[in-house]
Design a protein around this ligand. Structure first.
Ligand SMILES: *Cc1c(COP(=O)(O)O)cnc(C)c1O
Length: 373
């Protein structure tokens, strides 16, 4: 990486996961107990998460992708069943459905929130539709009011992909407490992490029990396997890291929101991310729109920021329905209607560093870099 000499300061990465002394001490503490696989540490982590989410059932698993996969299985999604979701997301959203032989049905997003468009959902429903999978992209809540109404009207399950939205809320109600299941990711670049990890959140005790079975070879009691399951357990070491981070979530969220407000007030010439009424955005990403009118477009701006030592992220330059993995003839998926906003977002979305550890001079350098258009 070469930095233009007239711009000083170290490279600002697009994300800066925190793995501090508290996390290291927690790992050592659990390692010294000798109980490193699943155990009371994981249960404590689940209980602490549950307190944050209206007391709903929380089941810890080894990744956000596992959380999605096991939710799909626990809710009884079968081969050939259709699940409606946005194409503008991380591949894991659709992978969790395709991997069980069910059919991801891709619909368009709303321009402002980058999230699934409720009107497009209704138009995509067929006799085979069993579920809707909204994604709270970038930490901005999807339109859960209309989505839940459509689900109730048509008897569909709702699985929230909350991978990016831990701590977010809509009209005072926590994100991840709307659907039949919700899936949180604890990957290092997410708002909090457990190195790797995920949480399934559900209001339904039986769904929670099924996820517990599925994560542990189908067993609640050893060698009394009730269903075909996997090993998707979270270790106590991972849970210990997650507990430390969970205690810091509120403060980090506030810092992300303050960073976002600074950008909102100071950025010029690009579209800053609007926040829907009643939505609490937790800014997993602070994503601007860079139209073709800007010289070189989005990619040109990203290059110029890189020259100034500022990292950015493109989430996601290729919508899921156009990924090679979803072009294969043996993988069933479907695009419902046209996806103009999805295609536009894939060309125009650029995420700026917004992590809570950004220093004031880094914030200023980011603004100066964008505004030097
Ligand atoms: C990160 C992410 C996932 C997957 O989570 P992992 O913990 O990486 O498996 C799923 N969906 C979305 C939208 C994500 O951003």
């Amino acid at each position: 990486m070469t930095l233009a000499s007239n711009f000083s300061g170290a490279f600002v990465p697009p994300a800066r996961p925190v793995t501090g002394e508290d996390e290291i001490e927690a790992v050592v503490r659990v390692m010294r107990t000798g109980q490193v696989a699943a155990g009371p540490e994981v249960e404590a982590f689940e209980n602490e998460f549950s307190q944050l989410l209206d007391g709903l059932h929380c089941v810890a698993v080894n990744s956000g992708t596992s959380a999605l996969h096991l939710s799909v299985l626990a809710l009884g999604v079968k081969p050939g069943d259709e699940v409606i979701m946005p194409s503008f997301s991380f591949a894991a959203t659709a992978n969790s459905v395709a991997i069980v032989g069910a059919v991801p049905v891709f619909v368009d997003i709303e321009r402002d929130s980058f999230n699934i468009d409720p009107a497009a959902i209704e138009a995509a429903i067929t006799a085979k539709t069993v579920a809707i999978m909204p994604v709270h992209l970038y930490g901005h809540p999807a339109a859960m009011g209309p989505i839940m109404e459509i689900a109730r009207k048509h008897g569909l399950k709702v699985i929230e992909d909350s991978a990016q939205a831990v701590g977010a809320s809509l009209n005072g109600k926590a994100i991840s407490t709307f659907g039949d299941a919700a899936c949180i990711s604890l990957y290092p670049t997410k708002n909090i992490h457990s190195i790797e990890g995920g949480i399934v959140v559900t209001p339904d005790a039986e769904v929670a029990r099924q996820v517990r079975l599925l994560r542990n070879q189908g067993m609640e009691e050893r060698y009394k396997n009730e269903v075909i399951g996997l090993n998707n357990r979270l270790s106590s070491v991972h849970a210990a890291v997650g507990r430390v981070q969970l205690a810091k979530l509120a403060g980090w969220t506030k810092q992300r929101q303050e960073n976002a407000r600074y950008f909102d007030a100071h950025l010029r010439g690009v579209g800053v991310p609007p926040v829907a009424e009643g939505a609490e955005h937790v800014y997993h990403q602070y994503t601007i729109r860079v139209t073709e009118e800007v010289e070189g477009g989005r990619d040109g701006l990203a290059d110029r920021l890189k020259e100034r030592g500022i990292g950015t992220g493109m989430y996601y330059p290729i919508p899921i329905h156009r990924l090679p993995s979803f072009q294969r003839p043996d993988i069933a998926s479907r695009v419902a209607g046209e996806l103009p906003e999805t295609e536009k977002a894939a060309r125009e979305a650029l995420s700026l560093p917004v992590m809570p550890t950004l220093a004031q001079d880094e914030l200023e350098r980011i603004v100066a870099g964008v505004n030097a258009l």
